[in-house]
Design a protein around this ligand. Sequence first.
Ligand code: ADP
Length: 491
Amino acid sequence: MKKAVKVKALNFSTSWSYAPAPEAADHFQLKERYDLFINGKFSAPATGKYFDTINPATEKKIASVAEAGAADVDKAVRAARQAYEKTWSKMPAAERGKYLYRIARILQERARELAVMESMDGGKPIRESRDIDVPLAAAHFFYYAGWADKLDYAFPGRRAQPLGVAGQIIPWNFPLLMAAWKIAPALACGNTVVLKPAESTPLTALRLAEILQEAELPPGVVNILTGAGATGAALVNHPGVDKIAFTGSTEVGKMIQKALAATDKKYTLELGGKAANIIFEDAAIDQAVEGIINGIFFNQGHVCCAGSRLFVQEGVAKEVLRKLKDRISTLIVGDPLDKNTDVGAINSKEQLGKIKALVNAGIREGGECWQPACSLPSRGYWFRPTVFTQVAQSHRIVQEEIFGPVLTVQSFRTPEEAVEKANNTPYGLSGGIWTDKGSKIFKISGKIRAGVLWANTYNKFDPTSPFGGYKESGMGREGGLHGLLPYVKLS
Ligand code: ADP
C-alpha cells in the first residue's frame, strides 16, 4: 500500500518573485501629434485644439491628439455620406469583403506594436492586449469579411440593405477591439462610418486609420474623430447620421437615448454591468477561483462584463474566500508592459477617483475591505485588488458599477436565493455559473436576466457570439449574426 504524502502549501507571494520581463517598445514610432482622419487623410482640426494622451502607468504624456468640434464632425459625416453614395454601397459585396480581409491581415502583421501601444495608452497588461484585444480585433474583421457577400444567407428570403452613415462612439477599456467590433459589421453591410474613440485611449484607433490607408480603403468609408464628450454629442446630434452605435456608461447611454428619441436614427447601446458569478457547492473550486480572478482582476476590472459580485454557496464559502485571498496575494500589480504583470494601471486619474469614492462608501456602509500587501509603483494610477465581505444587497458597492479591481463576496443557501440576489441590480449584461451539474447550468442560466452567461469559465469572447444586455445594460446585440442586424434595413 502506498503511503500518503503530505504536501505543504507553498506561499508563492513571499517565497520567490519573477524577474522583470518588459516588452520592448522601440520597434515602432509614435507621432508627437495626431490629426483627425477624414476622407482618407489626416487633417488639422477646425478647432485648432489638441489635448494630451498620457500613459497612466507613468503619468507621462505620449502624444498630442486633435480635438474635433462641430465643424469637423460635419466634414467627416459629409465625407462618409459621399463615400456611401458614390463608392461603398455601390461596390459588389465580395469586393467589400476583400477590404475587410486585407485590414484583418494587416492587423495581424502589426499585432505586436498595436498591443504595446494599447498597454501604453490604456494601462492594461501586455498579456491581455497581446493575447486578447489585438487577436480578437483581427478575428472580428475576418469574421465579418466572410458575411459581406452572404447577407442573403444571414436573412433568408429577405433583402438586406445598408442604412447609410453610422456614428460610432467607443469607450477606453478595449479601444482597438471596440473599434473593430463596431467598424467591421458596419462595413460588411455596406455602411460608412464616423468613429470616435475615447479621449483617454485614442492611439490604437489612429494607428488603425493608418492601417486603413495601407489597405487602400476608399477615402471617406471610415473617418476617425478624436475628442471628448462634446465631440460625441455633436456626432449623435448630426442630422446626416443614420445610426448611432454607443458603448460606454449607462449615464451617457441614457443621454444619447433621450437625444435620439425624436429622430428616426437607429441605435444600439452597450452600457454598464454588475455581473454575478455564482459558485455552487459541487463546483470545481480551484477552477472557479481562477475564473473569478480572471473575471475581475486581470484587466483591473475595466470590463463592462467584469464579474464584480461573487455569490458562494454556504458550505464552501469559507474555502472559496481563503483560496481567493491566497491567489490574490500572488497577483503581480505593476508595469503594464511587463509580461508577468497580472493587474495593470487604472486607466485615468478620474477613474481612480471614482473607484476610491465607491470603495470608501462601501467601508462607510459597514463592508469589510481586504487588500493584499502588494507594493505599488510610486507614479501612475494604481489600485490594489480588493475584496469586500459583510456587504448587503442594498450597499452601493453591491449595486453600482465600479469599473475597478473590486469584488464583493456574499453567500447563499439555495439556488433560488442565488438567482434572486444575482438579478437584484439595475443591470443585466453578463454572469457566470460554476457547478459540476449540467442540468443546474441550464436551470439557473434560464433564470438569470443577463445577455451573456458563462458556465465554468468567464470572459470568453468570440466574434461569432452575440453580446449585449438586459435592463439598464443596454439594447441591441453586437457580434455574430445578430451583430449584422443593427446595420441593415430588411425588406
Ligand atoms: P466611461 O465612464 O466608460 O468613460 P463614458 O460613457 O463617459 O464612459 O464614455 C464613453 C464614450 O462616450 C467616450 O468616447 C466619451 O468621450 C463619449 N461621451 C461622453 N459623453 C458623451 C455625450 N454626452 N455624448 C456622446 N458621447 C459621449
